[in-house]
Design a binder for this molecule. Structure first.
Ligand code: BMA
Length: 381
C-alpha cells in the first residue's frame, strides 16, 4: 500500500463495526439525511484539497475476457488494488427488470455496493433509463416532448411516477443486514448539455429540465430515502463558461456534487491529447470555481480514452491536469466484455498498464486500500 496523506476522518463508517445480530446505530443528521451520508459529503469535501478517489464503472462485475467472476476487477489485476469508487448504472430498474441495460443483475449491484462500503469505498449510480414516452432507450431522441410528457399534467406522468417508485424500491434495499443505510451518490440526467439523451439540451426547456430534477428528488426524499447525495454532470458544451454550466443547474437545495463528463477522443497524437488536456483543464477549472462558490464538491464524473491507445495516458495526459484542480473523484467508464475495444481502464497486458501502476502509486490518487486502510487505522485508536 502507498503512503498517503492522512484525512482526519475518512469515508468508512461501515458495517465492519457490527457483529452478531446487533442492530447498528444509523443516526440522522439535522439535514434530514443520515449522519453517515453527511460524513461522506464532508469527507469528499476535505479530501479534494489534496487527493482524489479513482473510480471505474462496473469494475467488479465484468472486464476484458470475463464476466460475473467473484472478487475480480481489471483494475485490481493491474495494480493489486480496487478503485476507491465504484460506479454502476440503474438503467432498467424503472421497468422492474432483473438486470440493467448492460446485463448486470441488480442483485449483484446491490451486493457490490454493500461489499464496497464495508471496505470503506464509495459508490456512484448513473441512470440510463428507458424513454417513458416512446418505450425506446435513453438515446431515443426522435420525440422532443418526453420531459414535457412526464412532468405533472403530462400524459406519461403516472407512468413516470411508477418508474420513480421502482427506483426508490431499489434504493431502499441499499441497507446492510445490520440496518445501516449505505450512502451513495446518484447521478441521473447526465450530459444534458448535449442532445443525445431524451432529457438533453434540445429536447426540453431549461425550466422543464429543472422541474424533472425537482420532481425526481422530491419523490425520492418524500419516500424516505435519506442516504443519497446528488451529482450534476453536464458535458463540456459550456466550454468553460460558468453561466452556461449553471443554466440548467437544479439548485443548491438539490445538488451536492458539481461534476463534469469529458472524454479524450482521436488518434494518440499530440493534437488530440493536447486538445483533451486543454478542454479538461479549462472546464475543470470553471467547475471547481463554481463548486467552491456554491459550497459544493467538484468531481470529474466521467472521463476516459476509449481503448487507451496511448501508453502513458494516465501520468502524461490525465494526471497533470487533474492534479491542478481540487476534485474529489475521477471516474472512468466501463471495460465492456461484449463490445470490442470499448474499455477505459487497463487490464493485464494492455499498453497503458505499466503507466497505470505509476498513476496508482501517485500519492494523490486514492484506491480502496487507501481508504479502508485509514478506516482500520481509525479503528485501532
Ligand atoms: C455507454 C456505452 C454503452 C452502455 C451505456 C450504459 O457509454 O458504454 O455500451 O450501454 O454507456 O452503461
Amino acid at each position: 500500500m502507498k503512503t498517503r496523506h492522512i484525512f482526519a476522518a475518512f469515508i468508512a463508517f461501515a458495517l465492519l463495526s457490527c457483529s452478531g445480530n446487533k442492530k447498528a446505530d444509523d443516526p440522522m443528521a439535522d439535514s434530514g439525511r443520515t449522519q453517515r451520508t453527511e460524513n461522506l459529503l464532508q469527507n469528499l469535501t476535505s479530501l479534494a484539497d489534496s487527493a482524489y478517489m479513482f473510480g471505474h464503472h462496473d469494475d467488479t462485475v465484468y472486464g476484458i475476457g470475463w464476466e460475473g467472476d467473484s472478487a475480480r476487477s481489471d483494475v485490481k489485476s493491474v495494480c493489486d488494488d480496487y478503485p476507491a469508487m465504484l460506479s454502476f448504472d440503474l438503467g432498467g430498474i424503472e421497468l422492474g427488470d432483473s438486470c440493467n441495460l448492460d446485463g448486470v443483475p441488480f442483485r449483484r449491484i446491490r451486493e457490490e455496493i454493500w461489499n464496497h462500503y464495508s471496505h470503506g469505498g464509495v459508490t456512484t449510480l448513473s441512470w440510463h433509463l428507458r424513454n417513458p414516452l416512446t418505450g425506446g432507450d435513453s438515446w431515443d431522441v426522435k420525440d422532443k416532448g418526453v420531459v414535457a410528457s412526464i412532468l405533472e399534467g403530462g400524459s406519461k406522468h403516472e407512468l413516470y411516477i411508477e418508474y420513480l417508485s421502482k427506483l426508490v424500491s431499489f434504493l431502499k434495499t441499499l441497507q446492510t443486514p445490520y440496518g445501516v443505510k449505505v450512502p451513495v451518490i446518484f447521478r441521473p440526467y447526465h450530459e444534458h448539455s448535449g442532445s443525445w439523451f431524451w432529457w438533453g439540451q434540445d429536447l426540453c426547456t431549461t425550466q422543464q429540465y429543472k422541474d424533472l430534477w425537482k420532481m425526481t428528488v422530491d419523490y425520492i426524499r418524500s419516500n424516505g430515502i435519506v442516504n443519497v447525495l446528488y451529482a450534476y454532470s453536464p458535458g463540456i458544451e459550456s466550454d468553460g463558461d460558468e453561466k452556461k454550466y449553471l443554466e440548467r443547474y437544479p439548485g443548491d437545495d438539490i445538488i451536492d456534487i458539481m461534476g463534469l463528463d469529458c472524454y479524450c477522443f482521436g488518434e494518440p497524437n499530440d493534437s488530440s491529447l493536447n486538445n483533451y488536456a486543454e478542454k479538461l483543464d479549462k472546464n475543470l477549472g470553471m467547475v471547481c470555481k463554481v463548486a467552491k462558490a456554491h459550497n459544493k464538491v467538484a468531481a470529474l464524473t466521467e472521463t476516459g480514452y476509449e481503448a487507451i491507445p496511448y501508453e502513458n495516458w494516465w501520468t502524461k495526459t490525465l494526471a497533470p491536469v487533474i492534479d491542478k484542480h481540487n476534485i474529489a473523484y475521477v471516474v472512468v467508464w466501463r471495460n465492456a466484455h461484449n463490445r470490442e475495444n470499448h474499455f477505459f481502464a487497463p487490464y493485464p497486458g494492455q499498453i497503458s498498464a505499466n503507466d497505470f501502476v505509476k498513476f496508482y502509486n501517485d500519492k494523490r490518487s486514492l484506491f480502496l486500500n487507501d481508504v479502508s486502510g485509514l478506516y482500520l487505522e481509525k479503528e485501532k485508536k
